[in-house]
Design a protein around this ligand. Structure first.
Ligand code: CP
Length: 302
């Protein structure tokens, strides 16, 4: 049995297989209509979602299975009964647990006590399926992944961590440009950097946005992560040098602009760039569906 908890679980061939299957599912969805016939999963969200929730539910449906959405937004996992008991109940009924949680350790606990695959649909540390959909989108637009140079600008967060992990596995050079003290998780970065060395690519963290030159892809995300109630206005001064606007985009040399969404228009990205010809943000959103179909079929069949 395999889980997708961090993104470190899969090697390059397995990542490419997930991306290739997702591409095939996008091209000819009807061929996969019965892959999960009679199979089901619990979709548990402690935090709000548009894209991830919709696409996991639809992924089960499109594969002939059924996803049961469990709304936990009014009562975090582990409050009504232990996470272990929660997992042991669900595993008597479903073939997979999909969880969006506050803490990574909640997913680890579900995996420890449960007997079915657990998929991370975002935690404080990782957003692995997002990164898979992102690299699927990069490959669609640039025709390759190995050697591609991706610049992530803004706040180093769970999405940054997962872009590092998946990028290191797939041979992508990833640099995070962020204010001092706002970088990605150090342990994740160190572990992903070892992987990058083995796969012939590099990972880096920089603070000076003036170094943003000669990249293929530029990517951003919110300056204030979900669950953090700091108003964007309060952090605007610190992050404004990292805003993707026309000037930054031009200087970066990037052919495509990415954002995992939801976007805070005219904070981390301007309207002009988000609605401009280099923006692929809605392709990324669409690809969440195809990647979730691919991941579910791989893990539930395994
Ligand atoms: N990118 C992303 O995970 O979107 P949602 O929060 O809407 O699921």
């Amino acid at each position: 049995m395999r889980h997708l908890l961090t993104g470190f679980e899969f090697n390059q061939d397995e990542y490419l297989d997930i991306l290739d299957t997702a591409a095939a599912m996008k091209r000819e969805p009807e061929k996969f209509a019965e892959v999960l016939k009679g199979r089901s999963g619990a979709i548990m969200f402690e935090k709000p979602s548009l894209r991830t929730r919709t696409t996991f539910e639809l992924a089960f449906y499109r594969l002939g299975g059924h996803g049961v959405y469990l709304d936990l937004q009014n009562g975090e996992l582990g409050k009504r009964e232990t996470i272990g008991d929660y997992a042991r109940n669900l595993c008597r009924w479903v073939d997979c647990l999909v969880g969006r949680v506050f803490a990574q350790k909640t997913l680890e606990e579900l995996a420890c006590y449960g007997s079915v695959p657990v998929i991370n649909a975002l935690s404080d540390l990782y957003h692995p399926a997002q990164a898979m959909a992102d690299y699927m989108t990069v490959r669609e637009h640039l025709g390759r992944l190995k050697g591609v140079k991706l610049a992530y600008v803004g706040d180093g967060n769970n999405v940054t961590n997962s872009l590092f992990v998946a990028g290191a596995t797939l041979g992508v050079n990833v640099t995070c440009f962020c204010p001092l003290g706002c970088g990605p998780d150090v342990q994740v970065f160190t572990k992903a950097s070892e992987l990058a060395r083995k796969n012939g690519c590099t990972l880096a963290v920089e603070n000076d946005p003036a170094l943003l030159k000669d990249f293929d892809v530029i990517y951003t995300d919110t300056w204030v992560s979900m669950g953090d109630n700091t108003p964007l206005e309060a952090v605007k001064k610190k992050y404004m040098p990292y805003q993707i606007n026309q000037e930054l985009l031009q200087r970066s040399g990037a052919q495509i602009v990415m954002h995992c969404l939801p976007a805070h228009r005219n904070y981390e990205i301007t309207d002009e760039v988000m609605d401009g010809p280099k923006s692929v943000v809605f392709d990324e959103a669409e690809n969440r569906l195809h990647i979730h179909m691919s991941v579910l079929s791989k893990l539930i069949k395994a």
